[in-house]
Ligand binder design. Sequence first.
Ligand code: B1M
Length: 203
Amino acid sequence: MDLGQFIIDGNELGIIENVNLLIAAQADPIVIINDGLLSGMNVVGEKFKNGEMFVPEVLMAARAMNAGMDIVKPLIADKDMPTLGTIVIGTVKGDLHDIGKNLVVMMLESAGFKVVDLGVDTKVEQFIAAVKENNADIVGMSAMLTTTMTYMQEIINACENEGLNVQYLVGGAPLSPVYSKKIGAVYAADASGAVDTAKELAA
Ligand code: B1M
């Protein structure tokens, strides 16, 4: 059975039914994740990047992925859980836009990152506390307003002052690669780009 195709089709019920069947047949949960769920989500990422899939379809795929993960996760010891790294993410202070950020979160989780989502209107102190608490590798910041994107620099400065050993991933409509580089961060244009960039940063 091709679990990946159920993910690509966003078929949540198909995933639930077939993951349960595989578990009943004693399949290895790690193999289910890597060869079934993640491989399907990788295809979704590529298709989204190439304009062959759109936001609603990606959301459905991510929901199917999460439904599958919810079944297999309890069967895996934390230490065996495949993880590419830990990302603390939030929409920055003063900004309430979270649709794009939520999509990025879903895609990062589906790709195998541990994501600590701080939500919207996130202040410097929240980022710093979450990085320390979770020993994060990456700080992800989203902004949709020209008036709020400048706050990213404050977050980066504060993290540097604290001596935190993290990389910075940023995105949102008003951002550009040039501006992102200027503040010391790496830019991703969309959710699938965020996954690719996060993989590079965490490597
Ligand atoms: Co607002 N809004 N909004 N809004 N809103 C915009 C952003 C705006 C461009 C509309 C416009 O004027 N044409 C404009 C900003 C102008 C500017 O600053 N340049 C604007 C404004 C002005 C405002 C208010 C100030 C309006 C007012 O009250 N006068 C107000 C501000 C509130 C606040 O935040 N303090 C406001 C409010 C709202 C709503 C609450 C009504 C609602 C948000 C609901 C929500 O998010 N829960 C809203 C919406 C929906 C929009 C638009 C229409 C759509 C945004 C969206 O969700 N896009 C938007 C216009 C537009 O973009 N066409 C607009 C879909 C989403 C999938 O894409 O968010 O770009 P996007 O995310 C992408 C990428 O950007 C990237 O990946 C995502 C997925 O592919 N990405 C990342 C995002 N974050 C990333 C992080 C990463 C990497 C990639 O790494 C960490």
